[in-house]
Design a protein around this ligand. Structure first.
Ligand SMILES: Nc1nc2c(c(=O)[nH]1)N[C@H]1C(S)=C(S)[C@@H](COP(=O)(O)OP(=O)(O)OC[C@H]3O[C@@H](n4cnc5c(N)ncnc54)[C@H](O)[C@@H]3O)O[C@H]1N2
Ligand code: MOO
Length: 414
C-alpha cells in the first residue's frame, strides 16, 4: 500500500519556499501602463531609460562669481580684469569674454564664449568696472561641463528600477513627463476569525480586536499595492468560499489571515484545494510555519497565519518577494543586510527563526542587533519596538555574541 503524497510542497525551507513562490509569481508578471511622472513615485520602470541629451545640456557656472579665461589668472599678487557684462541663470544674453575681461555670472548660467573659469564673488574685490582677482585660483574652477552628469545615450535606468524621489528628478531632467511602468498590484485583504471585533467596537467574552487588518493592510500599502478592499469573515466555510472566489476574480493577489493551521475551524487549506490550487503549505520557519500559498484562476493567494507577528514575518519574507516578481523589480534593488549579535542566542528547533531586534551602530561603524525580550508570535509589542527581523538559519543553534546575522528591515527603518 502506498502512502499518498500531497500534490503540493510542504515542510520546505524558507529558501525553497521563496524559490517556489517566485517561480509561480514569474508566470503572473503584470502588464504595463504609461503614467504621468507626478504619479510615478515607487512605481517600477517597464523599459530601459537612456539620457536623451547631455545633462547638463551646456557648460554652466557652479557658483555665483565672475567668468573669465583661466589663462588670465595671476600667478602671483592680484590682477584687475575688465567687467564687460553679466549673465544670470535663465538669461539669454550671449556674451564673449576676451583677454583681460570677465563677466558677472550666477550659478547655473551658461559660461560665456571664451571663458573657462569662474572665480567666486567672495574671493574678488570689485571696484567699478574693474574686478581684482588674487593668485591661487584654479583654471577651469567652479564650472560644470556639458554632459558631466549624463552623456546623451547613457543607460540611466534599467527595466525593473523601483523609482525613488531622486530618480523621478533625473527623469524630469531628461524632459520625461510620462513613463512606462508596471501596473500596480491589486489586492483584497481578508481577515478571518469569530473572535475578532473591529477596532472601535466593544469586545464580547473571548474577543480581541482585529489588528491584522491594519498591520497587513499597512504592509500592502507600504509596498505600493492597491488595496481594493478589506473584508472580515466569520469562520464559516460557505462565506469563506464565496469571499475567496470573489476576491480572486477582482484582484491579482488575495491576502488572508487566520484559519490555516490545525484547528477545527481552520478552513483555508481545504477551501483552496477545492476551488483553486495549493502550491505550498507549511514552511520551516518560526513564526509563520502554517503559511499557505496557492492560486485561484489568475490570482495568487497568500494565506498567512493569524498570529499577528507570524503575519508580518511571512509577509516580509514570503509575500514581498512575490510582489517584487509580479512587478518585475530588479533583484539588485534588494540588498542583503547583516549585523552582529549584541548578545548570544540559542535556538532549540530546526526551523529558520525570525527574531525581533533593534539596531545600534557603534562609533566604529559596526552595526549591532539586540534581540528584544518579547518574542511571542502573538505579541505585537516585539515587532512594534523592533527595527529588524533577524534571520537565524535552520542549522544554527548556538550563536555567540558578535556572530554576523542577516536581517530583514522592518518598514520605517529606512
Ligand atoms: N495543534 C496545532 N495548533 C496550532 C498549530 C499547529 O501546528 N498545531 N500552529 C500554531 C501556529 S504556529 C500558528 S502561527 C497558529 C496559526 O493559526 P491560524 O492561522 O489557523 O490562525 P488562527 O487560529 O485563526 O489565529 C491564531 C491566533 O491569531 C489571532 N488572530 C487571528 N486573526 C487575527 C487578527 N486579524 N487580528 C489579531 N489577531 C488575530 C487569533 O485570535 C489566534 O490567537 O496556530 C497555532 N496552533
Ligand atoms: O508559526 Mo506560529 O506563527 O509560530 O505562532
Amino acid at each position: 500500500m502506498s502512502v499518498e503524497q500531497p500534490a503540493y510542497a510542504t515542510g520546505v525551507s524558507l529558501q525553497d519556499a521563496r524559490e517556489l513562490i517566485v517561480a509561480v509569481a514569474a508566470e503572473h508578471r503584470l502588464t504595463t501602463e504609461t503614467v504621468a511622472l507626478e504619479t510615478a513615485l515607487h512605481r517600477v520602470l517597464a523599459a530601459d531609460i537612456h539620457a536623451p541629451f547631455d545633462v547638463p545640456g551646456f557648460a554652466n557656472s557652479a557658483m555665483d562669481g565672475f567668468a573669465l579665461r583661466g589663462a588670465d589668472l595671476p600667478q602671483s599678487g592680484e590682477r584687475a580684469l575688465q567687467l564687460i557684462g553679466q549673465i544670470f541663470a535663465g538669461g539669454d544674453n550671449v556674451l564673449s569674454v576676451g583677454e583681460g575681461e570677465c563677466v558677472r555670472i550666477t550659478t547655473g548660467a551658461p559660461i560665456p564664449y571664451g571663458a573657462d573659469t569662474v572665480v567666486i564673488k567672495e574671493n574678488v574685490r570689485v571696484d567699478g568696472d574693474r574686478v581684482w582677482i588674487n593668485a591661487g585660483e584654479k583654471p577651469g574652477g567652479n564650472t560644470r561641463p556639458a554632459g558631466e552628469d549624463y552623456r546623451a545615450g547613457d543607460l540611466a535606468f534599467r527595466t525593473g528600477t523601483l523609482l525613488t524621489a531622486a530618480q523621478l528628478g533625473t527623469l524630469a531632467s531628461f524632459g520625461c513627463d510620462r513613463i512606462t511602468v508596471t501596473r500596480r498590484i491589486r489586492a483584497v485583504l481578508l481577515t478571518t476569525g469569530d473572535e475578532l471585533a473591529a477596532a472601535g467596537m466593544p469586545l464580547g467574552f473571548g474577543q480581541i480586536h482585529n489588528s491584522n487588518r491594519f498591520s497587513l493592510g499597512g504592509l500592502l500599502q507600504t509596498f505600493g499595492v492597491d488595496l481594493l478592499r478589506h473584508q472580515h469573515l466569520r469562520d464559516d466555510p460557505t462565506l469563506l468560499r464565496a469571499a475567496l472566489q470573489q476576491a480572486a476574480s477582482d484582484a491579482d493577489i488575495v491576502l488572508s489571515s487566520g484559519g490555516v493551521s490545525a484547528g477545527e475551524a481552520d478552513y483555508l487549506p481545504g477551501l483552496l484545494a477545492e476551488i483553486g490550487r495549493i502550491h505550498l503549505w507549511k514552511v520551516r520557519i518560526k513564526p509563520g510555519m502554517p503559511f499557505l500559498f496557492g492560486s485561484i484562476g489568475q490570482a495568487l493567494i497568500f494565506s498567512l497565519p493569524g498570529n499577528p507577528v507570524s503575519g508580518i514575518a511571512t509577509f516580509l519574507s514570503l509575500v514581498r518577494p512575490a510582489l517584487d516578481t509580479l512587478l518585475g523589480i530588479n533583484k539588485s534593488a534588494r540588498k542583503t543586510w547583516r549585523a552582529r549579535l549584541q548578545s548570544a542566542i540559542q535556538k532549540r528547533h530546526s526551523r529558520t527563526e525570525f527574531l525581533r531586534a533593534t539596531l545600534i551602530c557603534d562609533e566604529n561603524g559596526t552595526l549591532w542587533a539586540a534581540p528584544l525580550a518579547k518574542q511571542g508570535s502573538g505579541m505585537l509589542r516585539g515587532v512594534t519596538e523592533a527595527d529588524v527581523l533577524l534571520i537565524v538559519p535552520e542549522d544554527m543553534h548556538d550563536l555567540a555574541q558578535g556572530s554576523v546575522v542577516e536581517f530583514l528591515p522592518l518598514p520605517g527603518l529606512i
